[in-house]
Design a protein around this ligand. Sequence first.
Ligand code: NDP
Ligand code: 8X3
Length: 259
Amino acid sequence: MIVLVTGATSGFGEAIARRFAAEEHSLILIGRRVDRLKQLVEQLDVPIYDLPLDVRERDTVAEALAELPAEFREVDVLVNNAGLALGLEPSWAADLDDWETMVDTNVKGVLYMTRAILPGMVERGRGHVINIGSTAGNWPYPGGNVYGGTKAFLKQFSLNLRADLIGTGVRVTNLEPGLAETEFSLVRYKGDADRASDVYKNVEPLVAADIAEAAFWAASQPAHVNITRIEMMCTAQANGPLALHRDADRQAERRTPHN
Ligand code: NDP
Ligand code: 8X3
């Protein structure tokens, strides 16, 4: 297969590239950090087309994908993995630039990639789009406001792609991991390594290889099987109860008859 992975320079994307390379699949690897892409080209013993680009740049994405070398043109698996969270501030204090960057990358970047790759898949009657969503798209948490919103978009976009693609032979999977140790928190906390490492303190989180295994498994099913969604968490993580804010003053006020 020819497997295109966005965000291949780190974390899940790099692990997914390594997992497919281990089974001798060819790779198209996208990310902004050229040196890391080159390292992968040196380390992995499969045909690789490294494509340094920013998925937020609509025209660049369209042009680069239209000009794929002939031997890489028939993409079998598109893994829309590039993405990020920025900040954890409450919605009334969050940075609008951070919100826009998340929407531009996690939502619009996926749209640019998918729109460029899908026509070829439909024409060939085969292909698989794997979107990297998140538990943050399924469950709320304080400060998850726009990040969770972008991942909820991916969940519904994936389902709606399925609705469009029925009968074409093209498959779609939304893979939804929870807490996993990568550079994700370093990015979210803008380089604050102490704050980032605290996220994974005294807990055994998922690691990138766990997500790569799930992506590889979904892509390895027989052609008549579509894995629609996979939500996965580390064993140490679970959904908590609904939040309840108790306020004794307010309770007393409610009991006081109003005139
Ligand atoms: P990392 O920060 O380790 O990796 C993110 C990758 O995305 C990097 O390769 C980065 O490459 C790439 N990327 C970011 N912005 C752009 C851009 N504009 N253009 C091209 N590439 C870009 O984090 P993860 O591996 O953890 O994250 C991968 C995906 O998984 C993200 O979508 C994230 O939201 C999601 N996720 C992460 C979870 C976690 O707990 N870690 C859990 C659930 C989902 P470069 O900087 O070189 O461009
Ligand atoms: C990453 C998982 O819980 O940090 O998508 O949002 S979380």
